[in-house]
Design a protein around this ligand. Sequence first.
Ligand code: 2DC
Length: 506
Amino acid sequence: MARCSVWRRPVVLPLCWKDELTTLGVRCSSSMPVVKSFNEIPGLWKNGVANLYNFWKLDGFRNLHRIMSQNFKTYGPIYREKIGYYESVNIINPEDAAIVFRAEGHYPRRLQVEPWTAYREYRNRKCGVLLKNGEDWRSNRVVLNKEVISPKMLENFVPLLDEVGQDFVARVHKKIKRSGQNKWTTDLSEELFKYALESVSLVLYGERLGLMLDYIDPEAQRFIDCITLMFKTTSPMLYIPPGLLRRIGSKVWRDHVEAWDGIFNQADRCIQNIYRQLRQDSGMPEKYPGVLASLLMLDKLSIEDIKASVAELMAGGVDTTSITLLWTLYELAKQPNLQEELRAEVAAARAESQGDLLEMLKRIPLVKGALKETLRLHPVAVSLQRYIAEDIIVQNYHIPAGTLVQLGLYAMGRDPKVFARPEQYQPSRWLKTEAHYFRSLAFGFGPRQCLGRRIAEAEMQLFLIHMLENFRVEKQRHMEVQSTFELILLPDKPILLTLKPLETSL
Ligand code: 2DC
């Protein structure tokens, strides 16, 4: 059902009007379209408990992304919702996203993932920037930005990430050789988890964990398993106060605690290790020592704050990038011609940049488009959210300051009004000069965007470069994979891919 909304752009109202708006709800004018009140926004928001029950019946914990898309089809480009105790206004249009982000204020705040904060309270652990808010968030974030997300840091990260990419390729070649069939068919996810953890650890700690070897440290494998478990146990707790689940000693809460304990134990071990080394060595290191050591030497944040944010970066950098790479390989396996096009771009970039990796990364727009395209169809985060700091008007509805507004990122990526032929995986759509305004938001936006963004981007680009230069990717016919929500969006079944070495795969 299409809602009739006569007005799409925000109406900038004189202040006196705003007052009337909040008191009267509706305001009529002959020259302006009617601005409707907050309570007129369509959707189910009156009975949170009943909605939670229905959500549960629809297996909403796994289908959140599809339910959101369906809601936009039912209600139009804006709807209001209350599930359990969690109330929000949902939007889908890039132009509306721009209005929301403009109203995010000086200390942007997203939805608090309660189970994560509950764990930290329970174990008396400090929050990193992921979970901090207000001035505490800002002061930490400013320091971290320089060391983690500033483009300048890429010079340091790229050679490290390239090293891991090369090792990954060598490992695949070995697997192919061992198979005796000149190809390797496998569910790559385990390998990609290891690649991602090895990459992020090298950048954070300046040291290899050795995950590209045949026998790996069982603790590292445990860390990987704990992250998956942590995400999985978060989603069922999103709509129920974790305090309640904790009091009744529910299994999901206990598993969640166990998962975070595992994550922090491993992160603490890595951090302690570097910290000890740093205290022994005196003087400045010759080569880039990694994010953690740089932050410790910089001495602008407390050790506890550094530890908390570094642990978050480490945990946030495994499933997110590896799953995005898996989806990309899956999409490329479906389109051999596109794969060739990308391969040609990489070959040309390699030749032109003459060994300068940073230069090379500037010459692969189609590879970058492929990653954007993957994140459009398979975003890690189903939505972006902000508590707006001021009143706004979206789709001609008045939304008061303090409201939680969610942009349905998954729904937006598949909306034919936003992306022509959305079902088609077309990296070239990102090359055109046509408006990309607020359409590429997989890492969020503004000062609260993903802190790991630059690391993730470089890591994924270098991975694709190496893979394209070495292997052809194929998939089994008749394999359609969809997303399932486990806090992040994951493939709903294993993706089996076949890797063949380039020279002999004709
Ligand atoms: C999940 O309705 C759906 O980057 C909820 O690397 C709203 C929500 C809130 C916060 C989002 C979350 C969703 C998805 C996962 C995100 C998270 C914020 C950060 C986190 C997007 C959309 C993620 C994956 C971080 C995780 C770091 C952590 C492991 C230490």
